[in-house]
Ligand binder design. Structure first.
Ligand SMILES: Cc1ncc(C[n+]2csc(CCOP(=O)(O)OP(=O)(O)O)c2C)c(N)n1
Ligand SMILES: [Mg+2]
Length: 777
């Protein structure tokens, strides 16, 4: 019995080793084809990373064809994209055409992409570090869903990152470790392709071993795979200890140089350094040059058996870091060269590799070429029987009902931030399913962004209960801060990267886990910039969430220049996958939130960003709800102009009172003057530019809201635009019908002050609006 099991394991190792080299070939060939065979029209290098792929073939073969469980999700380092493509090609999930079009329009993407690739991609990658940390947050989301009864504990998958070692330089990794420790994350693996090379060069030796400490400190188990079984066998032989010690002390750069130079160089160097020690010469002499090179590069990350053993040994839920020593470019003539990151084999070198693989010319794309009929058939079966082959497609989670209207928070004078908190509070008190699916989060700004009401109702989330010590001590506080498994607010420390990655993970719960969550995250508006790449990453992954940037702008007054956001409207406009709205009034907040909860569930929808303010603004009387349709399209006439009017003020957000005051003062002089409330510079501009593009594409020409809105004005009318933010967010309005514009807004750093002073200084007050209008005429 034991023998049969052992034989099966031997067979499995042999199959995975064959896959290992097959993946090395296919990834090399995909890149080679794109660069050297596919005709080029622009003379540009296509690129691709043969060395980064070769570094990781055994790791990926052992993970996907041995360790993977049905519910595991894997994030693949960007530069190993071709390997993931090759794996799915072998499985029959990827077409030859896609591989031949690698890095071409419509073909396999350079880096794994959830939205653009035809193969299943669990996590997009590209911006190093983010694709790693996302797995930790997804394991937290999985725990949330387990605690809330949506996933059976027994069905928990592992969230796995296959990462490059240079990703360990990204600060977001450590922010994530700290947060992960606080939340006691589990079922998370990071496997480091520890080739000790980044893009520029070899990495510093001084960090050696420090990573163990850092990860262990934050609750991770660290498993280091330094040596393959060939090396371990050699170390056990006479003289082996000296060899082991030599490797242990060899600096990264020198190891890389010798790897590149090959067997003879290894021999010369080892002989010089340790040849005089007992038995070493005999040990070295027992290997031919090629054999010696193979021995010296037989690191743990290239040894299928060691990898399988390591993966098997982590058979619990503890987060685990595998440091798998590798050689960048392993098995290729590029191995070890410090410039190999974007280095590529030339046609002669790829030919040699092909011949070494036993693949005949013309058979390069044949998945199992050169293996012989029996072996090919067995390998095909082996792949077909794998867990990966049986993985179902991502689920499509049902949509969650959104009530037809949200009640408008009452109050004649309100801020949009308070209104946001009150709408959420109403929901929290309701029995709507929507309310149960909302998950709120904030990077240590829960209370100051008005999430507190929701949190008091719904509780903080922790896998195990955490008491509210202040409450138990009967110290008065408006906040209930107890945490439990049913809680719906995930509190984060101040780290905006973590915040956006958590929003991303929550926003992918539907496709990842089959349960839709409605994430709502609040952040101080200026600090969106701190997590901007992670926000972009979330949007690129098509994660769906409601982002609330608040408070914003100079309107923050005494908080001063370090907290007053200026260019976030441009971020809102420029960011694909994120619809930006900036309401002025509480009823707009209720309208946009309701719309957002629906829109972020739609297949063709996106995430939504609300830019809010703490400024108390007198609310306007509404005669009816007619304004709502236009408000959702990006703008409505708050004070409609008369036909042929000579002027209008177009504004966004919290400076509404200054705008209305200026309007009152100018109305006598400018009869028919209009006030346009631009609720979304983003949606308005996007639709305008799409409608212009439509005439050149095959899409049906769209009707354009901003053209409609402005067409009522006289052909030579003037517009004053005003926003508490970059004036460029609105000044483009003049281009729609060629109207003259006088743009107001902030394009200098803010400073402390009260609102009258600041609005005067930065020309956001009604006097400035009137001056700007006068300048137009
Ligand atoms: C945020 C970010 N900065 C820079 C780059 C450019 N870049 C791509 S790969 C790389 C180094 C990768 O080294 P490593 O992670 O060790 O990967 P490997 O050696 O396995 O190729 C850099 C700097 C990037 N993709 N993302
Ligand atoms: Mg590296």
């Amino acid at each position: 019995m034991a023998k049969i099991v052992a034989d099966r394991r031997e067979e499995k190792i042999a199959a995975i080793e064959t896959l290992d080299s097959r993946l090395r070939w296919l990834a090399s060939w995909i890149v080679h084809n794109a660069n050297h065979i596919r005709p080029k029209r622009d003379g540009l290098k296509v690129g691709g990373h043969q060395a980064s792929c070769a570094s990781m073939t055994a790791i990926m073969a052992a993970l996907y064809f041995h360790a993977l469980r049905p519910n595991d999700k894997v994030s693949v380092k960007p530069h190993a994209g071709p390997l993931l493509q090759a794996i799915h090609y072998l499985l029959g999930n990827q077409s030859l055409e896609q591989l031949q079009q690698f890095r071409a329009l419509g073909g396999a993407q350079s880096y794994p992409s959830r939205t653009k690739d035809k193969i299943p991609v669990d996590f997009s990658t590209g911006s190093v570090g983010l694709g790693v940390a996302i797995t930790a947050f997804s394991s937290l989301v999985q725990d949330y869903l387990i605690a809330h009864g949506s996933i059976d504990e027994g069905n928990a998958g592992r969230m796995i990152s296959l990462m490059g070692d240079a990703e360990l330089d990204e600060g977001n990794i450590y922010e994530c470790l700290i947060e992960g420790y606080k939340h006691d994350i589990r079922n998370c693996w990071w496997v480091v392709d520890y080739n000790r090379q980044s893009l520029d060069s070899t990495t510093a030796d001084r960090m050696f071993r420090r990573f163990d400490d850092i990860f262990e400190t934050t609750g991770w188990r660290v498993i280091t795979l330094k040596h393959g079984k060939l090396q371990r066998a050699a170390f056990a032989r006479p003289g082996g200890k000296s060899l082991e010690d030599w490797i242990e002390n060899c600096p990264n750069a020198e190891f890389a140089v010798l790897t590149y130079q090959g067997g003879a160089a290894w021999r010369a160097r080892l002989t010089a350094d340790i040849g005089g020690k007992p038995h070493v010469k005999k040990l070295l002499d027992s290997f031919e040059d090629d054999g010696l090179a193979a021995l010296m590069t037989n690191l743990g990350g290239h040894c299928v058996e060691s990898l399988m053993d390591a993966f098997d040994s982590a058979d619990d839920e503890r987060p685990t870091l595998f440091i798998a020593y590798t050689v960048k470019g392993y098995g290729l003539p590029l191995a070890g060269h410090k410039d190999n990151h974007s280095g590529m084999m030339n046609p002669g070198q790829i030919d040699q590799l092909r011949m070494a693989m036993g693949i005949e010319a013309g058979q390069e794309w044949e998945p199992f070429a050169g293996l012989g009929g029996n072996m090919a058939a067995r390998l095909k079966n082996f792949i077909g029987d794998s867990v990966l082959a049986a993985k179902p497609e991502e689920p499509v989670a049902p949509q969650i009902h959104v009530p037809a209207r949200f009640a408008v928070p009452s109050g004649d004078v309100q801020s949009t931030q308070a209104a946001f908190g009150n709408v959420l509070l109403d929901l929290a008190k309701s029995s709507e399913e929507l309310a149960d699916r909302i998950v709120t989060t904030a990077p240590d700004v829960t209370q100051t962004t008005n999430l507190g009401g929701f949190v008091n109702q719904r509780g903080l989330f922790r896998r195990s209960d955490v008491a509210d010590i202040f409450r138990e001590a009967k110290i008065p506080s408006a906040q209930k801060w107890a945490a439990h498994a049913a809680g719906q607010h995930i509190e984060l420390g101040i780290a905006e990267n973590n915040f956006f990655l958590l929003l991303t993970s929550l926003g992918l719960a539907a496709p990842h886990f089959g349960t839709r969550l409605i994430p709502v995250g609040t952040v101080y508006d200026p600090f969106i910039a701190r997590g901007l790449d992670a926000l972009n990453y979330g949007c690129y992954s098509d994660a769906r969430f409601l982002l609330v940037g608040t408070p914003s702008g100079l309107t923050l007054g005494p908080e001063g220049g370090a907290h007053q956001s200026i260019n976030t409207p441009l971020i809102g406009m420029g960011q694909p996958g994120l619809a930006y709205f900036e309401p002025a009034y509480a009823d707009e907040v209720a309208l946009f939130m309701r719309w957002a909860f629906e829109y972020l569930q739609k297949p063709e929808g996106s995430s939504v960003y609300l830019r809010l303010s703490t400024r108390q603004v007198a609310q306007v009387e509404r005669a009816n709800t007619d304004w709502e349709t236009d408000a959702l399209k990006g703008g409505y006439w708050l004070r409609p102009p008369t036909a042929g009017a000579e002027a209008a003020i177009a504004f966004t957000g919290a400076i509404a009172p200054e705008v209305l005051a200026a309007y009152e003062q100018m109305l006598d002089d400018i009869p028919g003057l209009g006030v346009l409330n631009v609720t979304s510079p983003d949606v308005l501009h996007r639709e305008w530019s799409a409608s212009k593009a439509a005439r050149w594409t095959d899409r049906n020409a769209q009707k354009c809201h901003v053209e409609d809105l402005l067409s009522i004005l006289a052909p030579d009318a003037g517009i004053v635009t005003v926003i508490d933010g970059s004036p460029g967010a609105l000044s483009w309005l003049g281009g729609v019908h060629g109207l003259r514009v006088s743009p107001l807004g902030t394009d200098r750093f803010g400073q402390t002050g009260d609102l009258p002073d600041l609005y005067r200084e930065y020309r956001l007050d009604s006097a400035a609006i009137i001056d700007a209008m006068a300048a137009l005429f």
